[in-house]
Design a protein around this ligand. Structure first.
Ligand code: ADE
Length: 239
């Protein structure tokens, strides 16, 4: 998969290509992350990328031309057209289903805004979709793009080792994760639940599933409403 990121801060986005699961995926060629800086496409003396908003008000707005040139350069550089996604709080909220949808695409072009945002006409002419990572306001789209690169890359076949894939199964079913423990067996008087020490794999599986269901029920009940629980989960709830 190829992910182009149009950003005024490529050094920020580069971090995700250098560390951890995403870093390894880049190294192994599962995903190719390429940054494009709109400032490189601003041709005036000061390489201006923003300007004052028509109608007045605070802050600055990103200008059409440099951003458009950077997006078009990105489009033309790789194979296939790819979807152009603008990151903003006004967009479709990213969740695990959305991440799966995006991971199925061969190519993504992520556009990061700064300041008060980008000129609306660019949204109309050059952006295919608008995505948000949550109902809060970031200072720019970069962190959102990095979240997207991370969550999508983890889903690419071969990106996770065996242990990591197993750990992610839980949310893949639309449930919150179950609790995890490691050595020692007791710390500050708190013991690891007995069932995890017994070596009964079936009992461990039942306990974990119940914990995941219980936590989801207590913390995020709306997730259960949306869930088409499989027969196994329904049976285990009554076991
Ligand atoms: N840019 C600023 N805030 C954002 C958010 N919540 N999601 C995506 N992009 C953003």
């Amino acid at each position: 998969m190829r992910i182009d990121v149009v950003t005024l801060f490529p050094e920020l986005v580069a971090a995700v290509t250098q560390q951890g699961v995403t870093g390894r995926a880049c190294e192994r060629g599962l995903v190719d992350v390429v940054c494009w800086n709109p400032r490189d496409y601003a041709h005036d003396r000061h390489r201006t990328v923003d300007d004052r908003p028509y109608g007045g008000g605070p802050g600055m707005v990103m200008k059409v031309e440099p951003l458009r040139s950077a997006i078009r350069a990105a489009r033309e550089a790789g194979e296939g057209s790819g979807s152009v996604l603008y990151l903003s709080p006004q967009g479709r909220r990213l969740n695990q289903d959305g991440a799966r949808e995006l991971a199925d695409r061969r190519r993504l072009i992520l556009v990061c805004g700064r300041y008060e945002g980008i000129d609306e006409r660019l949204l109309e002419s050059d952006i295919d979709e608008e995505w948000s990572i949550g109902d809060y306001v970031l200072s720019g789209g970069e962190l959102a793009a990095m979240v997207m690169v991370d969550t999508v890359t983890r889903l690419l076949p071969g990106a996770l080792g065996h242990a990591e894939s197993a750990a992610q199964d839980s949310f893949m079913e639309g449930l919150l994760d179950y609790p995890h423990y490691t050595r020692p067996e007791e710390i500050d008087g708190r013991r690891v639940p007995e069932v995890l020490l017994g070596g009964n794999h079936r009992a461990v599986e039942v306990w974990r599933r119940k914990q995941a269901l219980g936590r989801t029920w207590l913390r995020r009940p709306e997730l259960l409403e949306r869930l088409d629980l499989d027969d196994e989960s329904r049976r285990l709830l009554n076991e």
